[in-house]
Design a protein around this ligand. Structure first.
Ligand code: AMP
Length: 446
């Protein structure tokens, strides 16, 4: 079905054409006519399916009628993270060029004053994270009694992040008669309960994952000492010897560790950016942007900072710390090996991590094979720039000379690694959006 059959306005159709989209994705084709008919929609779809446009496009069409009033937003979109909220705002900018709508972002890390003056001017679309929205509402800066449309996006992420009580409070501030669109990638019982309380006679729209090709993620673990400096050295060695490397996300358990590791990798001339909760919003967006564009090849992140982000497929995942919760492991490694490509996930294991690794292996039903020991010493000088690493010449804007391998190089070359004993093969294109308990049975490939 072409876009022109969905009931979207002429302005929106022009914007779609300008964006270069030829046909609606399945979630768009199924959801848009119901949204325009003012029905509540329960959308089961994850990032990558085109679900954002499935609500942004009909919203733009509906908002062409009517005007915003001061402090009373007409529509409200709730997102679990600042980055997701910002990504949705970008889509309004992209498709709404001809619409002159006032879009406001209420997210942490942006000054209250600026947000407040926007609210005062009247807002057609308010995109918010739950905490910041409640802050404004409790200060009396915001009235949700004029909200005609409520969108709860990534509801299962909201649950993971403990936002459900906030969402329920917000639900009481918007009129009972509003229309509600509720999106989630998965449907655990708690999400079903929330959906039942928020939606009235909803249309259920469910789409399969974006790609059906089997995904292959090679998992490996590497032992290291407990000393953080030793862990960092192990990581650098792994980065320098990684096969088929394109780019990587390196996960740490704590934001402090993210910042520390980032500084260390940059000092060692790796091309790295970091994402953690203490960075201000522009810094987070800049980091993500640099990684998406390939200007940075390493992204260091905590679980919370990376959650729900639309990050392109990466070739490698490194777990600098073994995650405390085995579900986080599944989310982390699902960031690689998407859409039928192969990916590698390497976990650095310190002596105290035995229990956490055992919990992961129990959950996935897979042992994580040990990687053969890498070379004992890392190169100190004159080594060829490795993956994700910037050379001094690069910094000076010079071209890289071709270097012939030397004997010293040969000595520094890490011992050849055996092929991993076996590979985890999942049928899902994107394990990052699957809570562990819903992980499909895995097939073992010899
Ligand atoms: P989302 O699932 O909303 O995160 O969207 C995933 C990506 O698909 C985004 O980069 C969109 O710009 C893109 N997209 C959305 N709708 C379409 C479409 N109908 N055709 C092609 N690409 C699309």
């Amino acid at each position: 079905m072409p876009f022109s059959h969905l009931g979207l306005s002429a302005k929106v159709l022009t914007a779609i054409e300008a964006a270069g989209y030829k046909t609606p994705t399945p979630i768009q084709a199924q959801a848009i006519p119901h949204v325009l008919a003012r029905r509540d929609v329960l959308g089961i779809a994850q990032t990558g399916t085109g679900k954002t446009a499935a609500f942004v496009l009909p919203m733009l069409t509906m908002l062409e009628q009517g005007r915003a009033r001061a402090r009373m937003p007409r529509t409200l979109i709730l997102e679990p993270t600042r980055e997701l909220a910002a990504q949705v705002a970008e889509q309004f900018e992209k498709y709404g060029k001809n619409s002159k709508l006032n879009v406001a972002l209420l997210i942490g890390g942006v000054s209250f004053g600026d947000q407040d003056s926007k609210l005062l001017r009247g807002v057609d679309v308010l995109i918010a994270t739950p905490g910041r929205l409640l802050d404004h509402s409790e200060r009396g800066r915001l009235l949700l009694s004029g909200c005609e449309l409520l969108i709860i996006d990534e509801a299962d992420r909201m649950l993971d992040m403990g936002f459900i009580p906030d969402i329920e409070r917000i639900g009481k501030l918007v009129p009972f008669t509003r229309q509600t669109l509720f999106f989630t990638a998965t449907m655990p019982p708690e999400i079903q309960r929330i959906a039942d309380t928020f939606l009235h006679n909803p249309v259920r729209v469910e789409v399969s994952r974006p790609a059906t090709a089997a995904t292959t993620i090679t998992q490996l673990q590497v032992s290291t000492g407990r000393d953080p400096a030793e862990k960092r050295e192990t990581l650098r060695r792994l980065l320098r010897s990684a096969d088929n490397f394109k780019n990587a996300i390196i996960f740490c358990n704590r934001k402090r560790e993210v910042a520390l590791l980032h500084r260390s990798l940059v000092r060692h001339k790796f091309n790295a950016v970091a994402l953690h909760g203490d960075l201000d919003q522009p810094a987070r967006m800049a980091a993500l942007d640099a990684f998406r564009k390939g200007e940075a090849t390493l992204l260091i992140a905590s679980d919370v900072a990376a959650r729900g982000l639309d990050i392109p497929d990466v070739s490698h995942i490194f777990n600098f710390d073994v995650p405390h919760h085995p579900d986080d492991y599944v989310h982390r490694i699902g960031r690689t090996g998407r859409a039928g490509k192969s990916g590698t996930a390497i976990t650095i294991v310190a002596p105290a991590d035995g229990k956490a690794v055992a919990a992961i292996e129990k959950l996935t039903g897979q042992p994580i094979p040990a990687m053969a020991a890498a070379a004992p010493r890392e190169p100190q000088e004159n080594h060829a720039p490795a993956y994700g690493e910037r050379s001094e010449r690069h910094h000076r804007g010079e071209r890289q000379p071709q270097r012939r391998p030397s004997v010293a190089d040969a000595q520094r070359t890490p011992a050849p690694r055996p092929r991993p004993a076996r590979e985890l093969v999942t049928e899902d294109a994107d394990g990052s959006h699957l809570p562990a308990f819903l992980l499909r049975p895995v097939r073992l490939k010899a």
